[in-house]
Design a protein. Sequence first.
Length: 186
Amino acid sequence: MANVFDVADFFIDIANKNTDDTLTNLKLNKLLYYAQGEYLARTGKPLFDDEIQAWDYGPVVPVIYYKYKRNNANEITPITDISPEYSFEVFSFEELSVLLDVVREKGQYTGYKLISMTHSESPWKNAYKPNLKGTIISNDSLMEFFSSHPIKKFEISKKVKRLKKIPKQDYYSNEDEQWKDIENED
């Protein structure tokens, strides 16, 4: 089982490899909520042991919130914020599949869009109590919600045929000579 710090490092690492994306503490906490919910729905087991709470701005994993609180609304960067021991190899195939699906489906949104999305979802709505920080969003409520509202799985089409030979109309013999020249330069 992964731990919440590994999962957070994964999201930070992925976001910082994409020049179009920034990851803030707010957005990171929403991605953790989606990852936990989707993993529970797919496997019946939690992705990480830490609790998720219903705060004013949506679901929050307190240990992650407090770790990155110093960033305020600024981007979390891998240079200063990822553990030196981080490796995506700590994740099982199923864990990695869920994390990649969450990044693909939910990582495209801003933190504020994710707030509005989570505020309309029953796990947060049912757990949230105004002026009472710390109400836990139960794993049961996450599993129930995400079982009926799954995040789309990425699947490679089985209709793709393996190319055994380049079709004649796409083959240009003069390109072979160009490649030979490049290989000889090395």
